[in-house]
Design a protein around this ligand. Structure first.
Ligand code: SF4
Length: 262
């Protein structure tokens, strides 16, 4: 179920990341080559030292990209590759955006692809936590604008009337025993994470917020679920409850998952 929900859309980010890594390697070589005469005048060993540092950076970058490719192909990767891959996608993300601009690829598309790659890495890592350590985090724009209940301080104030997605999300939180938090902005979201101290987060948001949020809370594992925006951005947004439930189940440890089936 999880696989079909997080369907592959990762090629854009992977291609841009790989090109960025190769360009980065080329740039490091060119900088080293140009500075060699000056360096050797300072000390004859300096070009070798700088060369070794340059090779180490390139190897780290390529190891990261290799780790991502392995994960996307479904080949299990060891923890060190997971962290390498994670670091690589974060370091190379800004370069991928710049390259995307050159190739006329909209930023939102690259962000969507980044989220897919990130979800895939997290799923590969097979993080399993108890239900009460899972946090569902969503922005306030998911609440119906005319709803009079104050849910940001206490989401239990929602009466689950079904006019917006909050009711269904609260239903899932109750069903599995995980936390649901509705934040009015990034600062409040960070405070809520500090307060609840989850071990895994299922985040619902737009491309931009998911991308920055995922990077913000690393190494906390996050599964990102893109919101739906039938009325435009930041207004009466919605979420596909099936996708949300699949993300919760992906994190839920076996004991809690079995308990819910009984
Ligand atoms: S589901 Fe909850 S938050 Fe949404 S409109 Fe109904 S009471 Fe308000």
């Amino acid at each position: 179920m999880t696989e079909s929900v997080f369907k592959p859309k990762k090629r854009i980010f992977m291609s841009l990341t790989s090109i960025s890594a190769l360009l980065g390697a080329l740039m490091i070589y060119v900088v080293w080559k140009v500075t060699v005469p000056g360096l050797s005048e300072i000390h004859y060993l300096l070009p070798i030292v700088m060369g070794v540092i340059g090779v180490a950076i390139v190897l780290l970058m390529l190891t990261g990209v290799f780790g991502i490719v392995m994960a996307l192909l479904g080949i299990p990767i060891i923890k060190i590759f997971y962290f390498g891959a994670w670091k690589a996608i974060n370091i190379l993300f800004p370069f991928a955006v710049v390259l995307g601009r050159l190739f006329n690829i909209p930023r939102a598309k690259i962000e969507q692809s980044f989220i897919e790659v990130s979800n895939n890495l997290v799923l590969q890592h097979k993080v399993k936590v108890p239900a009460d350590r899972i946090m569902i985090l969503t922005p306030h724009c998911i609440q119906l604008d005319t709803c009079g209940y104050k849910i940001t301080r206490n989401v239990e104030n929602c009466h689950q009337c079904g006019r917006c997605s909050v009711g269904a999300m609260l239903g899932l939180a109750h069903k599995y025993g995980c936390h649901l938090a509705v934040a009015t902005g990034g600062t409040l979201a960070r405070q809520m994470v500090m307060q609840i101290r989850p071990k895994a987060i299922v985040a619902v948001a737009c491309e931009r917020d998911l991308t920055s949020g995922i990077q913000d809370v690393f190494p906390l594992p996050v599964l990102g679920v893109l919101n739906e925006r039938p009325f435009g951005p930041c207004f009466n947004t919605r979420v596909d409850v099936k996708k949300l439930e699949a993300a919760i189940l992906a994190f839920l440890d076996e004991e809690d998952a079995n308990a819910k089936e009984k």
